[in-house]
Design a protein around this ligand. Structure first.
Ligand SMILES: Cc1cc2nc3c(=O)[nH]c(=O)nc-3n(C[C@H](O)[C@H](O)[C@H](O)COP(=O)(O)OP(=O)(O)OC[C@H]3O[C@@H](n4cnc5c(N)ncnc54)[C@H](O)[C@@H]3O)c2cc1C
Length: 431
């Protein structure tokens, strides 16, 4: 029997279909789907009870029906229909899990948000979980905690119901890691703010109805001169310049946006004027937990798919998985995923108790970013040429999840935060 095989399955291989390779000469399937089960749910009940699991099941059903069948198409179009998808999620309550009931939320604790973020990892790409996270855990936590009733009715309630799409505007062309250095300014004129400047890398930016926008509202010290403002995106003076082309996260739109004399009422400032930097730092905690939680399912999926593939793929007349370097590497990676999950669950449990988890959330985000790079790279290697195609989920996740080490605070920013807690930063020691 000839050993040379080719892949003749449709593009969905490794995403929706079992991995099947056909014999070159006969065209017959040489292997069938075998579900690898390298992970168990032991210990998940540390933070999740039956209601969490029920919620995850409901979300997975929505994903299987309304999202995953279209992901390939949206990836090719470089944009997913945010209003359509968010409405489906909003109608089922998934966009307001921790938000107040008064504005349409479920008012559950953060462990339910984490459970949802984990289930979003079931989506066959990184772009949509990120876009949903922007809506639930990046653009709206400060509004829900500190916003006025008027702002919550105008912006929070319709974002929870999925009628409005939100984006978060922090980064600028000259200020990403160094948030304190943003230059966008809001000067005061009567009861209005006039905003000038621009934002860069804005997820959902070409589709959003409003932006939670960080601006300088005074000349003072950088940590007390900023405010978060609810900015309707249809105001005169706002230009969405372009949908930025990226190496991954293809179905998530990423915009550069300019503001020229944009008038917005001062009543659109979230909470206290001048406290925007602090609110944003608090908002980052949930963003980092969310980012970590959405990585778990893709990490497990990459390992499981690679086990399936290498068990069936014959190299030098034996399954590739029989090579010790392959099965040991996959075991090592699985162990790392378990450690990440444990740290995340510990962090969530403490956060739910009301503790400040800045240090642990930064550790989670750092390790998640590093691990998705390691797992996607090592798994992709074992897929050989197939791993270098667009046809397998491992290659999509390799591209998409590279962002975890950069967005929402790069690895080095996470390390700086951890160092602050360790009191090892040079300028700290001099104090
Ligand atoms: C696809 C995508 C979506 C995004 N979505 C949003 C969004 O919706 N809203 C938003 O506001 N922003 C968004 N961002 C921006 C993202 O948060 C920034 O890219 C990120 O914070 C890094 O900023 P920067 O790109 O300006 O890199 P820079 O700040 O220029 O940093 C470059 C590199 O320097 C290194 N570095 C940083 N700090 C240190 C340090 N202290 N010591 C040593 N090295 C360091 C890091 O490796 C970093 O990657 C998005 C970015 C991308 C690519």
């Amino acid at each position: 029997m000839a050993t040379k095989i080719i892949r003749i399955l449709p593009r969905s291989i490794g995403r929706r279909s079992p991995t099947i390779v056909r014999h070159l000469s006969t065209g017959s399937a040489v292997f069938q789907e075998k579900e690898a089960q390298p992970f168990s749910s032991d210990g998940h009940d540390i933070v999740y009870g039956p209601y969490h699991l029920q919620m995850q099941d409901s979300l997975k059903k929505i994903i299987d029906k309304d999202i995953n069948p279209y992901v390939d198409e949206w990836e090719a179009q470089r944009k997913f229909p945010a209003h359509r998808v968010f409405k489906v999620l909003g109608d089922s309550g998934f966009l307001g899990i921790t938000k107040p009931k008064a504005y349409g939320g479920l008012e559950l604790d953060y462990s339910y948000s984490a459970a949802m973020a984990e289930a979003l990892g079931h989506i066959n790409c990184g772009g949509i979980p990120m876009a949903v996270g922007v809506q639930t855990d990046m653009a709206t936590p400060a509004l829900a905690k500190f916003g006025s009733d008027y702002l919550k009715r105008e912006f929070l309630a319709p974002s929870i119901s999925g009628d409005l799409v939100a984006c978060i505007g922090v980064s600028e062309t000259g200020a990403g890691s160094d948030v304190a250095n943003i230059q966008t300014k809001a000067s005061r004129k009567g009861d209005d703010l006039i905003i000038n400047g621009g934002k860069m890398w804005i997820t959902n930016g070409t589709q959003a109805d409003w932006m939670c926008c960080l601006v300088n509202t005074s000349e003072g010290k950088p940590h007390v001169n900023k405010s978060l403002v609810c900015l309707p995106m249809n105001l005169p003076g706002i230009t969405v310049a372009k949908n930025i082309k990226k190496i991954g996260m293809w179905c998530s739109d990423t915009a550069q946006i300019f503001f020229e004399d944009v008038y917005v009422p001062r009543s659109h400032i979230i909470g206290e004027e001048g406290q925007g930097f602090l609110y944003q730092m608090l908002q980052f905690q949930e963003e980092r937990l969310f980012a970590t939680a959405t990585c778990l399912a893709p990490l497990e999926k990459m390992i499981a798919e690679t086990i399936n593939y290498t068990r069936e793929r014959k190299v030098f007349n034996q399954p590739l998985l029989n090579s010790q370097i392959v099965h040991f590497t996959l075991a090592e990676l699985a162990a790392e995923v378990e450690l990440l999950r444990s740290t995340l669950y510990r962090t969530i449990a403490l956060y739910v108790k009301g503790q400040d988890v800045t240090r642990l959330a930064s550790i989670c985000k750092l390790k998640a970013g590093r691990l998705v790079r390691e797992v996607s790279d090592k798994c992709l290697q074992f897929w050989g040429g197939m791993g270098y195609t667009e046809d397998v989920i491992v290659s999509r996740l390799y591209r998409d999840l590279r962002l975890v080490s950069i967005g929402g605070g790069a690895d080095e920013v996470m390390l700086s935060i951890i160092c602050k807690f360790m009191n090892t930063l040079p300028n700290q020691r001099r104090q």
